[in-house]
Design a protein around this ligand. Structure first.
Ligand SMILES: C[S@@+](CC[C@H](N)C(=O)[O-])C[C@H]1O[C@@H](n2cnc3c(N)ncnc32)[C@H](O)[C@@H]1O
Length: 233
């Protein structure tokens, strides 16, 4: 089996860099589990997970921490993120259900609450091999089929700036130049799914996919000055 080894720092370290060097004023997270990424946030935070198993200090020194124990779809039906924060979300991390159609919906739903230079990070979109991409929960470094979200975003939303970093173990995709009013993903979700639903990574071509990702080393953004060449808040 062909393997791609991500040689950069972990997604935790990369997110910590975003929090430290860009000091976002609001952080939104789907998929919290034990709180490994929640605890990196120092600003008002919203977390969504149908089954929290938090093992860290849940509030830290933040002035507001809001935990919603429900699926992301249910959350977006019931709540308005801009109202919860009193403004747009500046940094988001999407790490919930490992199904491409859910991640795409999560992306479209949170983009509505972003400003153009907000940053939306997607986890697990660059698997190490095709074996990790099966849809059924597989434990370990299982990514599901969320890899599809990258070619879909590139095709349907070429206006978004997408940077793919070699964050260990399964990459970190960072999107900016967002457009809260763009409805392309929402309006085309059925046709997108007809086109992409049954495509497996093996059939798409793992090497082709990795080439198309144009993966950047995490070392490119290890200082605040370097980070601000790509992102600013
Ligand atoms: C990989 S874990 C998150 C890990 C955490 N972000 C970290 O890096 O430490 C994925 C989480 O997504 C949650 N999840 C599963 N289905 C979900 C859904 N439909 N909406 C939101 N979260 C979901 C699971 O309960 C699980 O806690």
């Amino acid at each position: 089996m062909i393997e791609y080894e991500h040689k950069g720092v972990s997604h935790y370290e990369l997110l910590e860099t975003f929090h430290r060097d860009l000091t976002p004023r609001s952080y939104f997270e789907i998929g919290t589990l034990q709180g490994g990424t929640l605890c990196l946030s120092k600003c008002p935070t919203v977390c969504v997970d149908p089954s929290f198993q938090i093992k860290v200090d849940p509030t830290g020194a933040r002035e507001a921490t809001m935990l919603f124990q429900k699926t992301s779809d249910r959350f977006f039906q019931d709540h308005n993120v801009t109202q919860l924060f009193g403004g747009p979300v500046e940094l988001a991390f999407l790490d919930g259900l490992h199904e491409a159609e859910t991640l795409l919906r999560d992306f479209a739903n949170i983009e509505r609450h972003c400003k153009p230079n907000s940053i939306v990070c997607l986890h697990d979109c660059v698997p190490m091999n095709v074996g990790q991409t099966v849809r059924a929960i597989n434990g370990g470094l299982w990514t599901g089929d969320v890899w599809k979200v990258l070619p879909i975003l590139k095709k349907y939303r070429p206006d978004i700036d997408i940077y793919v970093f070699d964050a260990y173990p399964t990459g970190l995709v960072c999107c900016t130049n967002l457009d809260a009013d763009n409805t392309v993903l929402r309006e085309n979700c059925s046709s997108i799914w007809r086109e992409w639903g049954k495509i497996e990574l093996e059939e798409y071509g793992f090497e082709k996919f990795i080439q198309e990702c144009s993966i950047l080393p995490t070392s490119l953004i290890s200082s605040p000055e370097e980070l601000r060449r790509y992102f600013y808040l």
